[in-house]
Design a protein around this ligand. Structure first.
Ligand SMILES: [Zn+2]
Length: 248
């Protein structure tokens, strides 16, 4: 449903979206942010959707499509999974995605990637997958993954557009600009494979401590803020068809 408020928002901060064609020689890595039960599966926990949600189910469907194509091509995938220690709450949110529970596991549509050799799984206990990749010795699993695979372009999808996806994109772009992520050049956010949660204003008003979080609005703002930092926002992702070389 498109409301006049959304039209107003999109009129004030319009977001031009491109399409991207991934070529076989582009060295692209796919980053899946928190596509786990605790944020995506109806009734799975305090921060899970209460009822089926088309933005979230569309995000899962597109992410699965990309994951299958990346796995067929043996291209690198990194999946961040929000996972918290039960005694270490993540302010300001209620307890969620406790390590060892099904809340912190990939959704059923993506569970198969755990066995794929091109996939790196990183459990993180903060919003930002970049910071959450830091090891006790100061090394960073995400930075090492970019360098080891010589990734030039990142395709980022997942949930929430305006929280964990945005935080990861902002940190990655700052790190790239500082020269920490050579040879990374482009950070591409695929809008149709991103989603956020929905707390309309009238619900927030009746819920102690809740902030209003209208889904379409915050999704748009999240994408816009990623673009402000230098990410490319695309609404279509396709793959270069294999080139047919004629015999001499
Ligand atoms: Zn969390």
């Amino acid at each position: 449903m498109v409301s006049p408020t959304i039209d107003l928002l999109k009129g004030e901060i319009p977001l031009e979206q491109d399409s991207v064609v991934l070529a076989d020689d582009a060295l692209t890595g796919l980053v899946l942010v928190d596509i786990i039960n605790g944020f995506c599966t109806v009734g799975a926990g305090n921060l899970a959707p209460r009822q089926p949600n088309s933005q979230i189910s569309g995000m899962i469907k597109e992410s699965e499509r990309l994951a299958r194509l990346f796995c067929e091509k043996k291209w690198p995938i990194m999946a961040f999974l929000d996972s918290h220690h039960p005694n270490k709450p993540e302010e300001p949110y209620p307890p969620h995605c406790i390590a060892g529970t099904d809340e912190s596991n990939l959704v059923p549509a993506l569970r198969w990637i755990e066995n794929e050799p091109n996939v790196t799984i990183r459990r993180k206990d903060c919003f930002d997958g970049y910071l959450g990749s830091t090891e006790a010795d100061g090394s960073n699993v995400f930075v090492d993954w970019v360098k080891k695979n010589q990734i030039k372009s990142l395709l980022v999808v997942g949930i929430c557009t305006d929280i964990c996806v945005l935080d990861f994109v902002c940190s990655t772009l700052s790190a790239r600009n500082l020269g920490f992520l050579t040879p990374l050049r482009d950070v591409v956010v695929y809008s149709r494979a991103c989603a956020t949660f929905d707390i309309p204003l009238h619900v927030a008003r009746d819920t102690k401590g809740a902030l209003a979080h209208p889904q379409e609005f915050m999704h748009h703002v999240g994408l816009y803020m990623a673009k402000e930092r230098g990410a490319k926002i695309v609404s279509e992702v396709s793959f270069d068809a294999p080139k047919i070389t004629a015999r001499p």
